[in-house]
Design a protein around this ligand. Structure first.
Ligand code: PMP
Length: 417
């Protein structure tokens, strides 16, 4: 297991990369992989893999209900992750963290529990055009179920969210606004604090989708004052199958459970139940114990570095990618945010986005093409064939960008032949 304490380890991408065994494999031609698909999922450091192996090898059991030593240990480690995650995002207490299987489950859970408690027919929910389908469809489901109305917050010509436009959308009926903290396509970080402040003046609740932001933007929910926030472990160097939602404690205490089963109840009779306290009220059934423990190891791994140093170096690689790609005459960057964080999307003259992603595989480059679960955004950007996306993690270097540029030259030349 990783040490929980911050060790103040210097952040050096070349050295850090060695901690990620998958990145140290080579193909038949001796080339290492250039992983530019971290927005889909990040690679895992050895300590995360070790935490999973350690759990299954030494104390595999359920949490919260065993007297034997393994069960006590699993519960302690599992609940320790809740504490560390609360600290990591600046929550007031661990009870404000609800574990889920990922951001998608978190957003669906929030839509349902908030919907049950607060939505009335005719209420309005604002969702931006930037959003991943996971932050659109759960609200659309509430629209069908509870007769609310979804209002789309359109993007400006640079692909940014304009606060003045938001002011025109907020009305007395606006119950909630849900917005991404980092776009998985444009690399845009919207001004979340300003958005929250404006929404709150109007009495509107704010959900923040931090699925992408968790590993790339320092998050402090207290400073942001957002009401709810979701994240996924696998996008922050942890295992798949684990995630969380945060909610202000006073709000969570007002909300009903959305799933029935073990753990979420206090007392049960054949025809009734009383819900458990928060956060357990929202954690019905057996949780993904190993994955959450692995998530804790990922948080420890990140926390050992100077966070601002790590993010500054990551931003420098992304900036280098922006410069390098925009200097290629056949590449066109998509969107024009003031700063791109972790993601650079682009189009290549004469090539379908899927062809680009396929051709660069010849050079052992992994990147993603298509709609990226953002069809409304693709429509706004007028990109019917989707876009190519290079997305970055702490292990990427400027050499990776150079290899991408060479691979794109190769892809364009294959097409010319
Ligand atoms: N929101 C955003 C912005 C995302 O990029 C993703 C994943 N691509 C999700 C939500 C959903 O995350 P998950 O698939 O881990 O549930």
């Amino acid at each position: 297991m990783c040490d929980v304490r911050q060790t103040g380890r210097r952040f050096e991408p070349d050295v850090v990369r060695k901690d990620f065994p998958a990145l140290n494999q080579c193909d038949a031609e001796g080339r290492s992989i250039v992983w530019l698909d971290s927005s889909a999922t990040t690679q895992k450091p050895q300590c995360v893999i070790d935490a999973l192996v350690d759990f299954y090898t030494h104390y595999n059991t359920n949490v919260h209900r065993s007297y034997y030593e393994w069960g006590q240990r699993a519960t302690e480690v599992y609940e320790g992750v809740r504490d560390r995650l609360a600290t990591f995002i600046g929550a007031s207490c661990p009870e404000e963290i609800v574990f889920t299987c990922g951001a998608t489950e978190g957003l669906n859970a929030l839509a349902e529990i908030i919907g049950q408690r607060y939505f009335q027919p005719g209420d309005e929910v604002i969702v931006s055009e930037l959003e991943h389908h996971a932050n659109q469809i759960p609200w659309q489901m509430q629209q069908k179920k509870r007769g609310i109305r979804i209002k789309g917050w359109t993007l400006d010509e640079n692909g940014c969210l304009d606060l003045k436009k938001l002011d025109t959308l907020l009305t007395k009926k606006t119950k909630l606004l849900s917005v991404s903290h980092l776009s998985n396509v444009l690399g845009l970080v919207p001004p979340i604090k300003e958005i929250v402040d404006r929404a709150h003046v109007n009495g509107t609740l704010v959900v923040v989708d931090a699925a992408q932001a968790l590993a790339h933007v320092p998050i402090n929910v207290k400073d942001l004052d957002c009401d709810f926030l979701v994240g996924s472990s696998h996008k922050a160097y942890g295992p798949g199958g684990a995630g969380f939602f945060y909610g202000k404690r006073a709000l969570l205490e007002e909300l009903p459970p959305h799933h029935g089963g073990g753990t979420m109840m206090e007392t049960v009779t054949v025809d009734s139940f009383t819900p458990a306290e928060v956060p357990f009220r929202f954690e019905a059934g057996t949780p993904p114990v190993a994955d959450i423990i692995g998530f804790g190891a990922a948080l420890d791994y990140i926390r050992q570095f100077d966070w601002s140093d790590l993010l500054a170096q990551e931003d420098a690689v992304v900036e280098y990618a922006e410069k390098t790609l925009s200097s290629l005459p056949f590449v066109h960057l998509v969107g024009n945010p003031p700063q791109r964080t972790a993601v650079v999307s682009f189009l290549v003259d004469g090539l379908h986005s899927h062809d680009v992603a396929g051709l660069v595989c010849d050079k052992n480059i992994a990147l993603r093409a298509g709609y990226h679960c953002c069809q409304p955004l693709m429509r706004r950007l007028n990109c019917p064939s989707g876009v190519v996306r290079a997305s970055f993690g702490m292990y990427n270097t400027c050499e990776d960008v150079d290899r991408l540029a060479e691979a794109l030259e190769y892809a364009v030349n294959v097409f010319k032949k």
